[in-house]
Write a protein that binds this ligand. Structure first.
Ligand SMILES: [Zn+2]
Ligand SMILES: [Zn+2]
Length: 226
């Protein structure tokens, strides 16, 4: 399995060399999230979107002709009826892709994806408060998790709406604790503004969370071979 992390910047103004582009992860020939129009130039065989915020699905805020590649998302999008809803598993580009519903936004559904090529199994999450409860205990062991680096502080930023439903992003330390029993390697992407004050220092703060699992910060163009 060849993984390339195309973009590592969250939905924020700051950027830095190596952290310019919004979310996108290419796994073999299949793209996960489409935070930048230019990712289509990679000619993916299919696209799976974690959710329809613009930093993961640029076409929700930019005019673009109907997408010419099979595209799957947790919900429909009025402006692009060609986007299909994924509810369980799909085969694409030699990969088995399984949707795992997550908690992130009040207004948008969200999925993480389990990605299996028959040899390796990884998970890519978009923005994350948590995996939905009924899926939490059913996650398999994985070789690698790529997940949400929005907040370095414990607990991240999680708010509750009038009905008590949480939304936002949990913290990197929380994600390390959650995923460590499941994967020996955790790579953070989708960095929030905290990361950009001192990029080298931020990378070291992430790496310092290594313990049972190795913990790393991604950069735009980072390639991982499994
Ligand atoms: Zn985002
Ligand atoms: Zn989001």
């Amino acid at each position: 399995m060849r993984i390339e992390i195309l973009g590592t910047r969250g939905h924020i103004e700051p950027s830095a060399p190596g952290h310019m582009l919004h979310s996108g992860v290419l796994v073999n020939e299949v793209l996960f999230d489409l935070g930048e129009r230019c990712f289509l130039e990679r000619g993916p065989e299919a696209v799976f979107l974690t959710h329809l915020h613009a930093d993961h699905a640029f076409f929700t805020e930019e005019e673009v002709a109907p997408l010419q590649v099979p595209t799957f998302a947790p919900q429909r999008w009025e402006g692009h009826p060609e986007v299909q809803v994924i509810r369980s598993s799909r085969e694409a580009g030699g990969l088995t892709v399984t949707a795992v519903p997550t908690v992130h936004s009040i207004s948008y559904r969200s999925n993480a994806y389990l990605i299996d090529d028959g040899v390796s199994r990884i998970m890519y999450t978009g923005d994350l408060v948590s995996v939905q409860r009924r899926y939490r205990d059913r996650l398999p062991e994985m070789d690698l998790v790529i997940t949400d680096g929005s907040f370095i502080r414990e607990g991240g930023l999680v708010r509750r709406d009038g009905r008590g439903r949480p939304h936002g992003h949990t913290g990197i330390p929380n994600l390390v604790r959650f995923f460590s029993p499941l994967a020996p390697r955790i790579v953070f992407t989708h960095f929030g503004s905290w990361f950009f004050h001192d990029v080298d220092g931020s990378v070291r703060r992430i790496e310092a969370l290594s313990g049972a699992s190795s913990v790393e910060a991604a950069h735009d163009g980072m390639a991982i071979e499994l």
